[in-house]
Write a protein that binds this ligand. Structure first.
Ligand code: IMP
Ligand code: MG
Length: 182
C-alpha cells in the first residue's frame, strides 16, 4: 500500500536560499580548517549526494571524492542500527584526511557503524559534516564536526533526502507531517 503523502502537504522547513547560504559558510569553514591539505570527501549514498555536490563547489581547497553506499534498516521512520554496505570505497583512505559527508544525523546508529568501519582503515584524520542534525534523537553518542542545521524531531524530505525513495528532487527541505513542522 502506498501511503506517501502528496507533495502539496509537505511544509517547508529550509528553503533553497537558506540551504545555499549555510553551505557557503560551511565551505569557508572547512576550507580554512583544511588549509594546505587535500581532504578526501566520502559521501554516504544515497541521501548525501546533492549536499556533497553543492559543498565541494564551495571549497577553496582541492578535494578528492569517493562514495559509500549504505542501507540502514528502517522500521517506520526510525533506523534500527543495522547497516549494510551496498557500495564499498573505490580507493584506500589510509593516511588520508577523510571528511564523511552525511545528509542527516538522527539516532546516530549509522554513523557510529561507519566510524568503526572507516577508522579501521587508518585514515590520518576522520571528520564528519552533516547537513542536518536531529540532536534530540540521539541513541548513541555521535557528534558531527560540522553541522548545517540542527533540526527538531521531524521526518524531513527533499534536497536528497527521501521517504520511500521519493521527494529527493525537491530543492528545499520539507517536513513529512504538517503538525510536526515547527
Ligand atoms: P541514524 O542512523 O538514525 O542516525 O539515521 C541515519 C539515516 O536515516 C540517515 O542517513 C537517513 O538516511 C535516514 N534518516 C533519518 N532521519 C531522516 C529524515 O528525517 N528523513 C529522511 N531520512 C532520514
Ligand atoms: Mg543517509
Amino acid at each position: 500500500m502506498d501511503n506517501t503523502p502528496p507533495e502539496s502537504s509537505l511544509e517547508m522547513l529550509l528553503n533553497a536560499s537558506q540551504i545555499a547560504a549555510r553551505i557557503r559558510e560551511l565551505g569557508a569553514e572547512i576550507s580554512a580548517d583544511y588549509h594546505g591539505r587535500t581532504p578526501h570527501l566520502v559521501g554516504v549514498l544515497k541521501g548525501a549526494w546533492i549536499f556533497m555536490a553543492d559543498l565541494i563547489r564551495n571549497l577553496s581547497v582541492e578535494a578528492t571524492v569517493d562514495f559509500l553506499g549504505i542501507q540502514s534498516y528502517v522500521t517506520g521512520t526510525t533506523s534500527s542500527g543495522e547497516v549494510k554496505i551496498t557500495k564499498d570505497l573505490d580507493v584506500s583512505i589510509a593516511g588520508r584526511d577523510v571528511l564523511v559527508v552525511e545528509d542527516i544525523l538522527d539516532t546516530g546508529h549509522t554513523y557510529h557503524y561507519l566510524h568503526g568501519v572507516l577508522s579501521a582503515h587508518q585514515p590520518k584524520s576522520l571528520k564528519l559534516v552533516t547537513l542536518l542534525d536531529k540532536t534530540g534523537r540521539r541513541a548513541v553518542p555521535v557528534k558531527a564536526d560540522y553541522v548545517g542545521f540542527p533540526i527538531p524531531d521531524v521526518f524531513v524530505v527533499g534536497y536528497g533526502l527521501d521517504y520511500n525513495q521519493q521527494f529527493r528532487r525537491l530543492p528545499e527541505v520539507r517536513c513529512l507531517r504538517n503538525a510536526a513542522c515547527v
